[in-house]
Design a protein around this ligand. Structure first.
Ligand code: MN
Length: 432
């Protein structure tokens, strides 16, 4: 757990202007408020909000977000009140903490796909300040990291399922791929322990074949292209266990048949050199039939452009290679929070929150068809009322809907027989 001065120092390292007082006050307040509460791990409860704040400092988030992370469970789990938080930490932090508290109150019932989809939309619509969602995602990630301490298996599985269905897709949606991958890996380990064990074992065996395989193959591809006069930037990565599992399940194939356990990306100066690089790679290694895709001549609907191919590399290892120009690459990554967060230059203190503004901009003024579609959906959801049945199922109604509409949405019989309604514990007319 980060100590108080370490946390403050960390924020100040990327944002010298950060409000030190605010962070110190939040740290002490949260520590006192959580008092002797303990986590399932036996750690003091207080370590949880601090870890969550730590995760967000890795993304170089602003002081208000970090303070919110430190305070995020105080309203729900301690005697602290929203009024008190506002008085001590100001209106912004109070609003953010309130937003996170509201998100946490929503009990997810994710028995079917539609419910999950509804809930994701709902969470997005509720997060009018994207920072609320960022804190919530970091909160969930830390809870997943400590999931194994929970003794009740059913509870662990429910949390893992919810993470897989709701939170990992949300993280993906706003481009936080590192969060998404780790959430999926941890949830997968809980939900499919045998598959997880067998895949990670295979991945380890692959690595034993020579530690730096990815680095070796990357530099081999780069050299091959540079001998042909092409200046390429080549990077490689290993797919994470859950995405391997999903591919295996989707295509009904074994681990050995899977061609993209390792994926590489070659970035070239322009479109022409992309096709040249493709030719050179195919001449050097045989391609795997049926795996070549030309998204440059036929871009994906969301505007994505790239060449995808799989080849049989030395030692009978199949690898996937994506080839794209710098411009295509920038476009593919544009709009993705993680990308900005990771590339943000430490020496530019102003840059660290710019990506949040960019993200909000994109959510507001989407350009590609897919983004636009998402944007329209979100706008659509702002005209909606979300109501829960006593069993926790989420029902969507248009704005202006009345209690009797809700009754009919639950069941025709209920609509026919309803005699009264309560909204937020207060009696209301059925039709208004
Ligand atoms: Mn929490």
């Amino acid at each position: 757990m980060l100590r108080q001065y370490e946390l403050v120092e960390k924020v100040r390292s990327y944002d010298p202007e950060a409000d030190e007082d605010l962070l110190n006050k939040a740290y002490v307040f949260s520590m006192k408020a959580h008092g002797t509460q303990l986590r399932a791990s036996g750690d003091p409860y207080f370590s949880h909000p601090i870890e969550v704040a730590g995760l967000l400092t890795d993304l170089k988030l602003d002081d208000e977000t970090i303070a919110t992370a430190i305070l995020h469970d105080t309203i729900e789990d301690t005697l602290a009140t929203p009024e008190h938080i506002e008085k001590l930490f100001g209106a912004n932090v109070a609003r953010l903490v309130d937003g996170v508290t509201k998100l946490s109150k929503i009990e997810a019932l994710t028995e079917n796909e539609r419910a999950a989809e509804n809930l994701r939309k709902f969470l997005l619509a509720m997060s009018d300040d994207i920072r609320v969602l960022l804190v919530k995602l970091a909160d969930r990630l830390h809870n997943m990291r400590t999931l194994h301490f929970i003794k009740n298996e059913e509870k662990r599985r429910r949390i893992a399922r919810e993470t897989m269905d709701i939170y990992a897709p949300l993280a993906e949606r706003i481009g936080m791929y590192e969060f998404m991958k780790e959430m999926q890996t941890l949830a997968f380990r809980e939900l499919e322990p045998e598959a997880y064990a067998s895949i990670t074992k295979r991945l380890e065996q692959l690595q034993e074949g020579g530690g730096d395989r990815i680095a070796r193959i990357s530099s081999g591809v780069k050299m091959l292209l540079s001998r042909a006069g092409l200046d390429a930037e080549v990077t490689g990565r290993e797919k994470h266990p859950y995405s391997i599992w999903r591919k295996m399940a989707e295509r009904h194939i074994s681990f050995e048949q899977l061609s993209d356990v390792m994926a590489f990306r070659a970035i070239l100066p322009d479109t022409e050199s992309c096709y040249q690089a493709l030719g050179i790679i195919h001449q050097r290694w045989p391609m795997v039939p049926g795996r070549f895709k030309d998204y440059i001549s036929t871009p994906k609907r969301n505007g994505y452009r790239s060449l995808h191919t799989s080849v049989i590399h030395n030692e009978k290892v199949r690898i996937e290679i994506q080839i794209r120009s710098r411009e295509m690459h920038a476009q593919a990554e544009y709009g993705y929070a993680a990308h900005w967060a990771y590339k943000a230059d430490i020496h530019e203190p102003v840059a660290q929150t710019a990506w949040i503004q960019d993200l909000v901009e994109i959510l507001e003024h989407a350009e590609s068809p897919e983004e636009l579609l998402e944007h329209t959906r979100m706008a659509m959801y702002q005209d909606r009322i979300f109501a829960f049945t006593p069993k926790g199922e989420l029902i969507q109604l248009p704005k202006g809907a009345t209690p009797v509409d809700f009754a009919y949405a639950v069941h025709t019989n209920l609509g026919d027989q309803a005699v009264g309604a309560k909204v937020r514990h207060k009696s209301r007319s059925l039709c208004g």
